[in-house]
Design a protein around this ligand. Sequence first.
Ligand code: CDP
Length: 226
Amino acid sequence: MKYYSIAIDGPAASGKSTAGKGVSKRLNFVYLDTGSMYRAFALHMMNLNYPCDDSALATIALKSFKLDMKEDESIFLNGTNITKRIRELDVSKNVSEACKHKDVREEMVKIQQEFARSNNVVMDGRDIATVVLPNADLKIYQVATVDARAQRRYHEMLEKGDKVEYEDIVKDIERRDYIDSTRENSPLTKASDAIVLDTSNLTIEEEIDKIIELFVKKTGYKLENK
Ligand code: CDP
């Protein structure tokens, strides 16, 4: 049986997860937010008091890393619900360091590929089109200006009741973009066959419509009900 896959990559806070969730809901596909797996691993390193940039300790930490991603999108790390915790700024600040190690990436990619073998999926991250699903049916490379991304993330965090400064969000985004795109192992880069989608001036509904339109055009997929 043929399983479909849509890969959405792009820099920090470009709206990939909101778009990914919306597209998967409309198509009735399963959605996998790979960033949350790396965020969970960063939190695991932090809980262990391991410096996130220590590659040897990251390999050791993997041995005690048990992740449970539920259907309702809640995430458990070694039995503790960390769904909200991993979105906080201190985890954001550590994640790009924690996820750059080869062993960590190999382990996560294995889980992600396994997932796509038995589901129709929408997956978002940094290396989905280039490494995880090089044969994805549709590859989107989503971009937006730093200002548009920081504004969205700032309002999202304020709505959740987090006390954050706009300038800190800008700095976090710029720093992660830099580390993510310059790291040695599977850096953030546009796959040669990915379609660039600039979402700076798109509403979330327009963005979802656009991705679905591209998917249908590319695959001939029949939508059940619009
Ligand atoms: O939502 P946001 O764009 O802020 O980040 P995310 O998608 O939750 O990803 C958090 C971090 O995980 C990124 O800054 C990357 O360092 C890392 N990541 C990665 O290396 N590879 C992926 N496939 C997904 C995320």
